[in-house]
Each structure stands twice: as C-alpha cells, then as structure tokens.
Design a protein around this ligand. Sequence first.
Ligand SMILES: [Zn+2]
Length: 65
Amino acid sequence: MRCPICKRQTSWKGNPYRPFCSERCKLLDLDNWLAERYRARVPADTGRPSEEAPSSRHAVKGKHA
Ligand SMILES: [Zn+2]
C-alpha cells in the first residue's frame, strides 16, 4: 500500500495511521483538507482590503505648522 501523502510504501498491518504511513502524513492530509475548506469559504478576491486610510496618513503629517 502507498501513503497518499508521501507516496512511500507503507504497511497496513498494525498501522494506526492508515491509509497514511505515519502520524505526520495523517496530520499533513488533515492540514490540506482544512486549508482547502477554508479557501473554499473565502469569497473570490473582491479587491484588496483598504491599504492605508489616507486620513490617518494625514494625521501623522498634521504637525506641520
Ligand atoms: Zn506518508
């Protein structure tokens, strides 16, 4: 059997992390899965979040006079 994450040959017998070869790969897979779910929930790029409010920049330079 092959581990779907690292593609290494792994034995199923007595392997608590099936179908992965190790806990590491199991966690990696979970990580990928969560990341994809998270991405799916985020709406497509709707423009950047306001970079910098011009007013705040003004306030910093306000001490001119
Ligand atoms: Zn693996």
